[in-house]
Design a protein. Structure first.
Length: 78
């Protein structure tokens, strides 16, 4: 994700949001943080590595014991 994608989203909000958080499971290109530093908005970029770190730090999305599931554990209604 880069500058062009961030600008496109900000145009939809009219650059009026008090705070923006952009999350990607991959990485931001070099242009993204440079662009963010040039505009006067409270914007946070969270890439896949940071998202994984936050998930483990907060204890969310982690499992304290191994689990396994088979296809039989899920019905068509789930």
């Amino acid at each position: 994700m880069g500058r062009a994608e961030i600008q496109k989203i900000l145009r939809h909000t009219g650059y009026m949001a008090r705070k923006e958080v952009f999350i990607t499971t991959s990485r931001f290109n070099r242009e993204a943080p440079v662009f963010i530093s040039m505009i006067e908005m409270n914007i946070r970029l969270i890439d896949g590595d940071k998202l994984a770190e936050l998930t483990v730090t907060d204890g969310r999305g982690t499992c304290v014991k191994p689990t396994s599931h088979s296809a039989d554990d899920f019905s068509e209604d789930d």
